[in-house]
Design a protein around this ligand. Structure first.
Ligand code: ZN
Length: 107
């Protein structure tokens, strides 16, 4: 149950704690896919002549690039939501009516 907005009394609010976790997950996923795709695209163009030979070092570097991209993406997603969070204690809320952010200790 969300509290009414302190500024416009709208009840259309989203919980920034949930948005925070979603932002980290979405950022990590996007970062991993982007980095892994970039590395694997390199593998394909560089191994056309010897397609039967598995480029293990290339696959390994694609996996590492994907993982580090995920970490960078998660950090970006984390920062994106964190700069929205108001300081203080309680549950952080974002009003969809006026964009006001506040914390509530009652919810
Ligand atoms: Zn509002």
């Amino acid at each position: 149950m969300s509290p009414p907005c302190m500024r416009c009394h709208s009840r259309h609010l989203i919980n920034l704690e949930s948005a925070h976790k979603l932002g980290i997950a979405a950022g990590a996923l996007a970062g991993s896919l982007k980095s892994a795709y970039g590395s694997l695209y390199d593998v394909r163009t560089l191994t056309v002549a010897s397609s039967t030979h598995l480029p293990l070092s290339r696959v390994a570097s694609a996996v590492i690039a994907g993982a580090s991209g995920g970490i960078a993406g998660a950090a970006a997603g984390n920062q994106m939501v964190r700069h929205l969070l108001p300081p203080g204690e309680g549950t952080p809320w974002l009003c969809l009516g006026c964009g006001h952010t506040f914390r509530s200790t009652t919810a």
